[in-house]
Unconditional design. Sequence first.
Lengths: 366, 325
Amino acid sequence: MTAGKPFSSAVKSPVSRRTLLKGAAGAAAIAAVGRSFPMPAIAQETTWTLANSLRSVANPYHATFAKGGEDFAKTIGAKYETLVTEGNSEKGISDIKALLQRTGGKLIVNVDPNDSPDARVIVEEVKKAGGFVVTQWNKPDDLHPWDFDPNYVAHMSFDGVPTAEAIANALFKAFGGEGGIVALGGILSNVPAIERKLGLDNAIAKTNGKVKLLDFQPADWNEQKAFEITQAWITRFGDEVKGVFAANDGMGMGALEALRQNGLAGKVPVVGIDGIDAAVKAIEAGEFAGTVAWDPLWTGGMGLAIPYAHVTGKIDITKEPKEHREFYGTGIIVTKDTVADYKNNPPKTDFNDLWGKATGQIQYRS
Amino acid sequence: MKVVAAMNGGALAQWRKWAPLAVLFALCILISLFNGNFLTIGNFIRLLNLAAIPLVLCMGATFIILMGSIDLSVEGIVALTAVMVSLLVANDISPYAIGLFSVPLAIIAGGAMGLLNGLLHVKLKTPSFMTTLGVGFAGVGIATAILGGETVRISDQTFRFLSLGRFLGIPMAVWIAAAAVAVAYIIQERTRLGRWLYAIGTDEITARHAGIPIERTRILIFAVAGLFYGLGGVLLVAQFGQGHALISQGRLFTTVTAVVVGGTALSGGVGSVLNSVIGVMIVVVLANGLVLMGVEPYVQQGVQGLLIIAAVALALDRSRLEVVK
């Protein structure tokens, strides 16, 4: 403990009583933090404030993500806050800075950065203040948790390529594996949009020409846009369209309603990704062929549970392997065959099983 | 109308009046050259269906713009009324199931938000731009707070009939939109309110000297616009079978674009709700046509932007423009 030095030097050299007392007080304070003095366990644990930072509680994914954080905070009796960026990077960063200030750096924050570059600023701020941070989905490729030991605890994401490939295959199976499909993509510069398109392309390539991509249009994750584009596709391709691939459930719902307006709901299968409630219900109704559930309750809680395990001394994050610092979570493929099982046994989150649902280290494709 | 034409110098003014319609026809011909499916009855009905909700929203927005103001609260009012109506019909979150009685309630709620717009704008003398932006944000905010990120799923099939049902082969939403256009046209042509809003949009000071109750007219017009947005919210929920706080995303931009492309001037006083009907059709046909023609997705936005500028440039009456803002 380097902070003990002023105290020992103060004893050796002749100094005033005041300096001696100051040094003693400083050493005592540091020792208290280092838990050399007995303190009640509860008081120690609740000194950390927990927070999740996300885009907006108006979308189902982030609302559940926030709830995951709240659930975890409840299990340990800690203070919890949800910070909302509203799609504004500036606001996201300044809210975290303000909270670091208020908590004196005793903050554990689980962030879904509004944009990749934000992650670096947030990590640097948290490290400077002595807090701990986990990032989700977006970060620059060359920003790694192990370069900011121990404060940058981990980065969590989901691999869009295999999940999109799996859900595309579920779509092909739903219409018999032969024919044309149309696909709705997300905002093209988004990492998940790029990965999901790649996964779809892989799945199509593996059918050896049996499945043909009639058209691909980005609908920018927007339900309304997807509705309009799908209407135009029905005119352009008519009954050539055997299935609709949507890179998220929201766009899938838009496509489904366009099909319904033309009496095609349930006849032309749709797949989406995200596992929102409406999509799960559409699978039960036989209108969706499948979706991928991300389990945001898990990401929202685990992004706080892992750093908390580190600050309470349960693990030493700096000694964990890289696949525990940058890892993918598990997407659950929900189809007609598995939907009943999924609903009866919703994914459970065990906050003590820190990496139980991690599926390998994050890969960089570009 | 004859007097106006004479003032602007005959043929040119006549052409300008018809320019948006000409643009619409030219677009239709162009698209059908690329894809024969465009000119089918099936696609025509699909286009009308896509136009229904923008039309209803544009009826409200046209009045505001004719008055020389702007209304940026479209998305907020639509979101709030949509969430409200989705919670009032049979659904999977709230216990209410008042069916079609929810429709007038939602329309009145929209009108109340519009009234708030008008009152704040007139009584506090704040620019309509900022007032409506604020009310719009509040609307989305309240809708978000009510649902907390949830999506309401509608199970009331009678309510969904408002969008999915068909009469003479045409979706109910289209009939409702047509009725909204008729009501808007009657307000514009046959009521004092309609005539006054032109007077205010053309020259507010002269209108004041002429004894027109400027403040009352402004407040009423904002309230009327709110009623149309409320109806838009109802149709949106009926169309998607669900309600959530983000349901109106992107509506403001298409609404204002359609009004302006139709030939209604942002400076006020020039245009008509019928112009907006053409404007909506141009925007809808364009979006549909670019997909039909197989234009590359990322070229589409550029083409859309260029064509919108072209349409506005053709329809603009420059003789009355003293300054361009």
